[in-house]
Design a protein around this ligand. Sequence first.
Ligand code: ZN
Length: 156
Amino acid sequence: MVIQLTKEEQKLVEHAKGAVVKYNKQRHEKGGIDTIYAFVLSDSGKIYDGACLESTIGSGSICAERLAIGSMVLEETYKSKIKIVVTFDPVPAEKEYSSTPCGTCRHVIWEHGTPDTMIICGQYIQRENDWEFLPKMEKYTIKELYPKAYEQVKWD
Ligand SMILES: [Zn+2]
């Protein structure tokens, strides 16, 4: 399914595609491989990039979404709100659905977003000398992906 994107969403998707190619070229030149990327547009209008950080200790790994959100909080404030998140997942062949943010990331996006924060998920395939972005993408609000958000109980 080819989804309809607003101008703002389209702009973030285009930024994401350019950044995925740029970062993958850099990684390959240094012997690295493709990874999952996430891009966050904050309500300030700034874009923050993130890539999955993998650690040999599982709990040391951090998803691309949370790295991008961490950069947003570092440069702005905890009060900044996420308008849109775009993720791109490397795949060997087209999958029926693109990967969506994991449960922890859904919660962190929820905390730093609004119920209408948009999540756009896509896939890409490494070709001989380039990366192909599959036209099929999915689009959700964070409320759709995380309908029963965890809320900390407040004691008096
Ligand atoms: Zn995650």
